[in-house]
Design a protein around this ligand. Structure first.
Ligand code: SAH
Ligand code: TYD
Length: 393
């Protein structure tokens, strides 16, 4: 059953080098399944088109995320301390932002990373990495070569994989009997609560909740036993899973499942009004930008995020409203945003050319960016934010 439709969309991370370049478009719409309680995309882009040697996202661009993943590595090291020769597997290790800490501790590990450019960076960071898509077959190969895993983990990757049943089958196969599988992704409850609809794009096939993850786990003889909210990407949830056993689940799982049920995420009722809320914030933002333009003001963007592809394309915001977007990722600089063709410039362009208004596209890094841009605001520069509502600060 459809809950949201965002029209024709290009691939979110497919920043183009020339505006004449032909782009791939698909229909971006989200559906809810009343049986497995999953919320997911209807139309999926083939994985090889998104995850390849040109993958635009390097995890280590954010200081806050560096800190987040250092803490995750500490937690993993605690979990396996005392075990003889533990083995950690991370899906979607990207540039090694987390596993480099595990590697530095001398713990046996393996990163699974199909995007060759970021995998090469992980290898440079001392991470043992293989360039594959994780699925049941890869899991079998890893188990044969390395033995069972004490910890299997993944951040912002489980929601990326269309054949999630193959991933869970593989995790069950690879996990040691007393091992832990944990992963974190943007949390459906928060997406609805904060209207962070721009989390919806091609790479994010699934929008998990405790309700859907507990069913998914059960289908593969696994059990969701704990949930920990994470203050990243506008509200994420970390799910802890182990092989099915008589052991009890944490109180946190009970509390979160209850909250989700109270928000009606198990029926269509919970999704009513979502489309209207999205439409309202998009039209408010567009009117605000048109108004600034009419008065002769200039607006630039901050952070050429994948999320912004959804916002800019759905709200039809292009270079006539945003001069350029500043971004610190070297591979994005000099390119154009997918579908809307706004030029992407370096951070120094932002620092040297003052623009009175800046659309904060990387709103998930708001505190880090506002702290960094005190001087810009002191000079009278103002940030336009649209999360959870439109405001100018
Ligand atoms: N974990 C990092 C990266 C998230 S981006 C972070 O949170 O910052 C998602 C990553 O998952 C990409 O690097 C992508 O190449 C990788 N990926 C996509 N499909 C995958 C699969 N089937 N198995 C393993 N990694 C995959
Ligand atoms: P990200 O948070 O990963 O969002 P998404 O998952 O939607 O792509 O990306 C943040 C982007 O913002 C990334 O391209 C780097 C950029 N960025 C800056 O340019 N400056 C900054 O200070 C920060 C924190 C990010």
């Amino acid at each position: 059953m459809e809950i949201l439709s965002l029209g024709r969309m290009p691939i979110a991370n497919a920043f183009i080098s020339a505006v004449e370049k032909k782009e791939y478009f698909y229909d971006l719409s989200v559906a809810f399944c009343p049986e497995c309680l999953m919320v997911q995309l209807r139309d999926c882009v083939p994985p090889e088109m998104m995850f390849n040697e040109d993958y635009a996202y390097f995890s280590s661009i954010s200081k806050a995320m560096e800190e987040h993943f250092r803490e995750m590595a500490d937690e993993i090291a605690d979990t396996v301390s005392g075990k003889p020769s533990p083995f950690i597997v991370e899906l979607g290790c990207n540039d090694g932002i987390m596993l480099k800490h595990i590697s530095r501790r001398g713990i046996r590990h393996l990163g699974i990373e199909p995007s060759a450019n970021v995998a090469a960076e992980a290898a440079r960071n001392g991470v043992n990495v293989i360039g594959k898509f994780f699925n049941a077959e890869t899991a079998r190969e890893i188990r044969n070569e390395y033995g069972p895993a004490d910890v299997i983990c993944g951040a912002n990757v489980m929601c990326h994989i269309e054949d999630i049943n193959s991933v869970f089958e593989g995790a069950e196969l690879l996990l040691r009997d007393d091992g832990v599988l944990f992963f974190e992704d943007p949390y459906l409850y928060d997406i609805l609560r904060y209207n962070s609809f721009d989390q919806i794009y091609d790479e994010h096939v699934y929008y998990y909740s405790g309700l859907s993850v507990s069913r998914l786990a059960r289908r593969h003889r696994l059990m969701l036993f704990d949930m920990k909210p994470q203050d990243v990407h506008g509200g994420s949830m970390r799910y802890y899973i182990r092989k099915d056993s008589a052991e009890s689940v944490s109180d946190a799982v009970k509390v979160h499942l209850k909250n989700e049920q109270n928000a009606n995420l198990h029926t269509m009722e919970g999704y009513r009004g979502f489309q209207e809320k999205v439409d309202r914030v998009c039209s408010d933002l567009k009117n605000c930008l048109l108004d600034i333009r009419k008065k002769g003001g200039r607006v630039v963007g901050y952070g050429a995020t994948s999320k912004s592809t959804t916002l800019l394309n759905y709200a039809n915001i292009g270079p006539s409203l945003i001069d350029y977007i500043s971004d610190t990722t070297p591979t994005k600089i000099g390119k154009f945003t997918p579908g809307t063709h706004i030029p992407i410039r370096s951070y120094s362009a932002f620092q040297t050319g003052f623009s009175p208004y800046t659309l904060l596209l990387a709103w998930n890094h708001r505190s880090e960016i506002l702290a960094k841009e005190k001087e810009y605001r002191r000079k009278g520069g103002r940030f336009i934010t649209f999360f959870p509502e439109l405001y100018i600060e």
